[in-house]
Design a protein around this ligand. Structure first.
Ligand SMILES: Nc1nc2c(ncn2[C@@H]2O[C@H](COP(=O)(O)OP(=O)(O)OP(=O)(O)O)[C@@H](O)[C@H]2O)c(=O)[nH]1
Ligand SMILES: [Mg+2]
Length: 237
């Protein structure tokens, strides 16, 4: 997605930077192309509209520095707004909570929750020197719990022993107890996915959330999801 977006925006800006003076019409035309480039890259419509509005407000609000060409100024404003929209900084997980702190992984089916749980566990152990326990709360998909167990064995991170017939919130409770008794710093809770966000999923996620009181809930989305990711994120609240 970013490749095609980069290509499209590059063409728009090439046209702009070659001009001497810019009229309002030029800015409008350029923003129309930016808008189309964003939409073609499957950026959600509300996100695109908000972005264009921001750029226009700043462009019209006259932040033009005298020494640069107007075209370059528009490029700079678009760049600043892009950085702001995409996030100018990464935020680390705050690990200073009283142990055991739990982190809950949520997302749609096959989005990569279980894989990401293991990757995150490895990082927390190796980089942050934390004692990490992983627990699968996936009671829906056959072998989902074994999947996490196998990953845990591969990266040498313990997983909560599998007990058949427990509810997700029951498993979360057991994970908290084990972590307390065994002195773990962090519990990673890998939840079950669904095809769509539905009532049953939300009830389950809320029940687990209530039991585990996670310091973070991480939404895992497939990078190819495109604009639907916005809807999913909103539904998960
Ligand atoms: N290419 C690629 N594949 C990935 C990545 N993460 C996970 N996968 C693959 O995507 C598939 C699903 O990953 P899982 O981690 O099992 O996804 P999940 O969200 O736990 O799935 P459910 O528990 O069934 O909802 C597996 O085949 C993974 O190997 C990734 O970053 N890149
Ligand atoms: Mg999974």
């Amino acid at each position: 997605m970013f490749d095609s977006l980069t290509g499209r925006l590059g063409t728009v800006f090439d046209k702009l930077t070659r001009r001497g003076a810019l009229s309002d019409g030029d800015v409008d035309a350029a923003l129309r192309e930016v808008r189309q480039a964003l939409l073609e890259a499957d950026v959600a419509l509300p996100v695109t509209q908000d972005f264009i509005k921001q750029v226009r407000e700043r462009a019209v609000g006259e932040e033009v520095v005298k020494s640069v060409a107007p075209g370059q100024m528009v490029v700079k404003i678009v760049n600043d707004c892009l950085v702001k929209t995409l996030g100018s900084e990464t935020v680390d997980i705050n690990l200073n909570a009283a142990p055991p702190a739990s982190i809950m992984m949520v997302g749609l089916q096959g989005s990569g929750k279980t894989t990401t749980t293991a990757k995150l566990a490895k990082r927390l152990v190796e980089r942050d020197k934390k004692k990490v326990l992983m627990a699968s709360l996936d009671t829906r998909r056959p072998a989902a719990m074994e999947q996490l167990k196998v990953l845990g064995e591969t990266i040498n991170v313990p997983t909560l022993p599998i007990v058949e017939g427990q509810n997700p919130d029951g498993i979360a409770k057991r994970a908290m107890q084990s972590a307390n008794l065994q002195g773990f710093d962090i519990i990673l809770l890998d939840t079950a996915g669904r095809m769509h966000v539905d009532e049953a999923l939300m009830t389950e996620v809320q029940a687990v959330h209530g039991v585990a009181q996670p310091i973070e809930t991480l939404l895992v989305v497939d990078s190819l999801t495109g604009q639907d990711a916005v809807n999913v994120a909103e539904q998960f609240g």
